[in-house]
Design a protein around this ligand. Structure first.
Ligand SMILES: Cc1cc2nc3c(=O)[nH]c(=O)nc-3n(C[C@H](O)[C@H](O)[C@H](O)COP(=O)(O)OP(=O)(O)OC[C@H]3O[C@@H](n4cnc5c(N)ncnc54)[C@H](O)[C@@H]3O)c2cc1C
Length: 365
């Protein structure tokens, strides 16, 4: 490999969006990915929801980059033919005591610049979604769904059009400071080592981004927080058209067991949130089906226990440990020419085009 100007480590939605933003023919940009193909990490195991930007504290990167990223993503999807749908979303109170939580979210969303939100009562809910049960709801018309894989393919095609190179089956093992940049030690899946120098390094390694950041003087610790999903089958198609989320629980780390759908209209419940050891275990315990049913039947009265079955799982890279306060995305130049992206959990997919712009501004300030 030649000397690189920019090396992006990790070909998930974040690394690829940055590559698409930075690539141009006069720069030697490499994307290194340890898997056999791009997009096999966190980016392939999520809800594929285009979030509005409601839940995060005002002024946080999560709020700002989500609100900025959402319209960029809709425009990109419309322009490039990426399958997507602006479904809208209802966050529902099934008991009157929960309405206060919705009002807090409404205020939070407005502070974050999500201007389209509306508090609605039983009648409009019944007109929109006659098959759900709710006393009140916070309606977010801007929320939607997108095909994450098609999005990543578009980012990759844009990066390659700018002459960036994707190198798969290649794991970065170590990085050291050099006079003119960073000395990168990588190994391919045949066990062959190679070393090269890059002026700029961007660490977009998802679940292992802390490990790589700490090799060059960082001090990060990621907790793995698993989200299990259950599929719904055996119900009439088209019973629900919008994403339905419960009112948030106090001190929540996830968004509560909610109902989403894919672009084929298949319904699924989840993800929940469970801190686990640092092992990539994607098995879904069978007892989750009964547990999810108990949560979801409060707002989906048509559901029967036999409709719910264990499906897939994803793992969040969280800087926020159990019982910790909110932790924001870290996007930081921790050493000259070395940018770390750590803790890029939800809404990382939605924020991806804005994250890419943010990194570009850091580099070309
Ligand atoms: C359960 C769940 C649900 C979610 N739902 C949503 C949602 O609905 N909407 C939303 O906006 N966001 C959502 N997210 C968040 C979103 O999926 C992530 O923010 C995003 O996918 C992170 O992308 P990434 O590129 O940082 O990580 P990844 O996709 O994991 O990419 C990192 C890549 O780096 C590679 N890598 C790691 N170490 C090395 C190394 N040393 N050398 C070479 N390659 C390496 C990995 O193989 C991987 O391919 C969800 C996340 C989870 C877990």
């Amino acid at each position: 490999m030649e000397k690189a100007d920019i090396t992006i480590i990790g070909a998930g939605v974040v690394g690829l969006s940055i590559a698409a933003e930075l690539a141009r023919p006069d720069l030697n940009v490499f994307i290194l990915e340890k898997n056999t193909s791009h997009g096999g990490g966190i980016s392939s195991r999520n809800s594929e929801v285009i979030h509005a930007g409601i839940y995060y504290p005002e002024g946080s990167l999560k709020a700002g980059l989500c609100v900025e990223g959402r319209p960029l993503l809709y425009n990109l999807a419309a322009g490039q033919g990426i399958p997507h749908k602006k479904t809208g979303k209802l966050i529902v109170a099934t008991r009157s005591e929960e309405i206060e939580e919705l009002e807090k979210l409404f205020a939070q969303g407005r502070k974050n610049g999500v201007t389209s939100l509306e508090m609605i009562g039983k009648d409009p809910i019944a007109r929109m979604e006659p098959n759900i049960q709710a006393e009140a709801a916070l309606y977010s018309p801007e929320t939607g769904i997108i095909s994450a894989h098609d999005l990543m393919n578009v980012y990759l095609a844009r990066a390659q059009a700018g002459k960036a190179h994707l190198v798969c089956r290649t794991e970065v093992l170590n990085i050291e400071r050099e006079q003119n940049g960073w000395r990168i030690l990588a190994q391919n899946d045949r066990g062959e080592d190679f070393i090269f120098v890059s002026s700029v390094v961007i660490n977009a390694c998802g679940l292992s981004s802390d490990t790589l950041a700490n090799r060059t003087g960082g001090n990060y610790h990621l907790y793995y927080c698993k989200g299990d999903y259950c599929g719904i089958s055996g119900v009439k198609p088209g019973l629900v058209e919008r994403l339905i989320y419960p009112a948030p629980l106090k001190n929540h780390v996830g968004l509560g067991v909610h109902l989403t759908m894919d672009l084929n209209g298949r319904l699924k419940l989840g993800p929940d949130a469970t801190y686990i050891d640092r092992v990539e275990d994607y098995s879904v315990p069978s007892e989750k089906a009964a547990l999810f049913y108990e949560h979801a039947r409060k707002y989906l009265p048509f559901l029967k226990p036999e409709n719910v079955h264990p499906d897939m799982a994803g793992i969040r890279p969280k800087l926020q440990g159990p019982n910790d306060a909110f932790a924001d995305f870290v996007i930081r130049e921790d050493a000259p020419g070395f940018i770390n992206l750590v803790g890029i959990e939800s809404p990382g997919l939605t924020a991806s085009p804005a994250i890419a712009r943010f990194v570009k501004k850091m580099l070309f300030k």
